[in-house]
Design a protein around this ligand. Structure first.
Ligand code: NAP
Length: 512
């Protein structure tokens, strides 16, 4: 990654790092910042000795420098995780639960530093980062509890001298790859379920946000997590594919869990076929957000504000295709524009009162620019925003587009930015048809006060998660995941840990 690519003035990187480190120390996060990866309980450099810089997406300043690892480092980490698995799988559920509970307590004690670290490397507003830490820590706590509830089964046999037992056993070493948009929660949501079940983990975080992953390793170690049980291999974007390949094809890895784009998920699924691994995929979405004539329009606008603009529109479940029935279309657009003008404040994540941070990098800004240009060239009307923000860098204006149609690319791809794009529809059937006319199916939302309509629509939408008169779905108690090309498996809830266990059927005979 090169600073000049961000269109920023030329910086003396050494000086910038010193200044940034000093600033971060004054913000109280430096104790959790690491410049080494974490393998087998050791803080290690890349075998190649290479490093890469982690940039603050708001200022372009260097937040940290971490090892730029490759396939060789991943291979070492897998072997260490395999060694650690031999003893970790023998621990009792109570022992694992106790370690995860201490991990949770430590993560709560350090919640402010963890949140500041997220704002530094991801750019999201500090209040949102605090929300992410609370959400992410919830998965540590939840899995500390679930560890003790992995029950087997006894099944009545049709042969009187036989007994049928089902044992649930840990899958083994799990390879994990996570994205940058929730640098803390996307790790705890999967890794803690794996640890609770008795699996060990080799995790590659996103290039943009490796520091949160390393901070979690420090806290896990302090909580008593034995060496090799959790390993984090950091790399820049160029090496991601080779590390992913090692994780997917290594015979010692028994499971892959990935959160990220559908495009990369498909590559990993193909690679995992070579060793018939279990695979969990949390992939991209294209969420419809439907407002029916029967809706409480104010509630729908409030839901849109939460659902669309969380993380500046950079979540997999953000409203991507806002569809409003013709009877309330004009009213909805007007009220949404008013609320956006009144409430959305763009700026650096550490500035009081802001709620819209920068996009993650220049590539993300270019994608949003491309989608807005495509939409306007095909007849979309800009109500608000529609261009890069005056603040420069990775900032983009909070944008409202109307007159959207299904030919526009913004209805076919994830926008992943602060652009609310609104289309008009006539009938319920038409809305459902448009909503389902996509290869992915992660989340959908709709607003209706008509009970029969609520049941009709929720049953017909082809998604894994559905918000009815509700714009926020994330919670540890509910199963998270999609259908169609949005992935397979579920995270969180009582179902999440199942992805990390194998069922062994035992038949005991001769019991007369
Ligand atoms: P991405 O490009 O798929 O990257 C995700 C992770 O995969 C990063 O760690 C990335 O490393 C790594 N990666 C990239 N190419 C790889 C390859 N060929 N082999 C192995 N690993 C590879 O996704 P993103 O753009 O960062 O994240 C946004 C996407 O994630 C969106 O589609 C969003 O919907 C999805 N998402 C889904 C969920 C969910 O719960 N379903 C949650 C959050 C995000 P580098 O960073 O080094 O490139």
């Amino acid at each position: 990654m090169v600073l000049l690519n961000l269109g920023l003035p030329h910086f003396d990187k050494g000086r910038l790092l010193l200044v940034t480190s000093w600033k971060m120390a004054s913000r109280g996060v430096s104790s959790l910042i690491h410049d080494k990866a974490y393998v087998d309980g050791q803080w290690v450099s890349a075998i190649s000795g290479k490093t890469f810089e982690v940039l603050n997406p708001s200022t372009g300043s260097v937040v940290g420098v971490v090892p730029d690892m490759n396939a060789d480092d991943a291979d070492v980490a897998v072997k260490k995780a395999y060694q650690a698995f031999q003893s970790w799988k023998e621990t009792t559920a109570k022992e694992r639960s106790d370690i995860l509970r201490r991990f949770y307590d430590l993560s709560c004690q350090h919640k402010d530093e963890l949140a500041k670290l997220i704002t530094e490397e991801n750019g999201k507003p500090l209040s949102a980062a605090k929300g992410e830490v609370a959400y992410g820590n919830g998965f540590i706590e939840w899995n500390a509890e679930e560890a003790k509830r992995v029950y087997g089964d006894i099944i009545p046999s049709s042969v009187s001298s036989n007994r049928i037992l089902l044992l649930k056993q840990p899958v083994g070493v799990c390879g994990m790859i996570t994205p940058w948009n929730f640098p803390h929660a996307m790790i705890t949501r999967k890794a803690c379920a794996a640890l609770a079940a008795g699996c060990t983990v080799v995790l590659k975080p996103a290039e943009d946000t490796p520091l949160s992953a390393l901070a979690l390793c420090e806290l896990a170690e302090k909580a008593g997590c034995p060496k090799g049980v959790i390993n984090v291999v950091t790399s820049c974007r160029e090496n991601a594919a080779q590390i992913g390949k090692v994780l997917c094809e290594h015979p010692l890895v028994k499971k892959i869990s990935f959160t990220g784009s559908t495009y990369v998920g498909k590559i990993l699924l193909q690679q995992s076929a070579s060793t018939v691994k279990k695979v969990s995929l949390e992939l991209g979405g294209n969420a419809p957000f439907i407002v029916f004539d029967s809706a409480d329009v104010d509630a729908a606008v409030t839901g849109t504000m939460l659902c669309k603009f969380r993380c500046s529109g950079q979540t997999c479940v953000c409203a991507n295709r806002i569809m409003v029935q013709e009877g309330v279309y004009d009213e909805y657009v007007k009220r949404l524009a008013d609320r956006m003008k009144q409430e959305l404040v763009v700026g650096d994540g550490f500035t009081d009162g802001i709620n819209q941070g920068p996009l993650i990098n220049e590539r993300a800004v270019q994608k949003v620019e491309r989608l807005v240009k495509d939409a306007t060239s095909k007849g979309a009307q800009i109500v608000l925003g529609g261009k890069r923000h005056d603040k420069g860098g990775n900032f983009y204006e909070s944008t409202l587009l109307k007159n959207i149609s299904t030919e526009m690319t913004c209805t076919q791809e994830e926008i992943f930015g602060p652009v609310a794009s609104v289309m008009k529809f006539k009938t319920e059937e038409e809305a459902i048809e448009i909503a389902n006319a996509t290869s992915v199916g992660l989340a959908a939302y709709f607003y209706s006060q008509d009970l029969t309509q609520v049941f009709r629509v929720m049953e017909k939408l082809e998604v894994g998660m559905c918000g009815v008169n509700e714009g926020i779905l994330s919670t540890v108690q509910a199963p998270w995941g999609g259908v169609k090309e949005s992935g397979m498996g579920r995270e969180g809830s009582k179902y999440g840990i199942d992805d990390y266990t194998e069922i062994k059927y035992v038949c005991i005979g001769g019991l007369q």
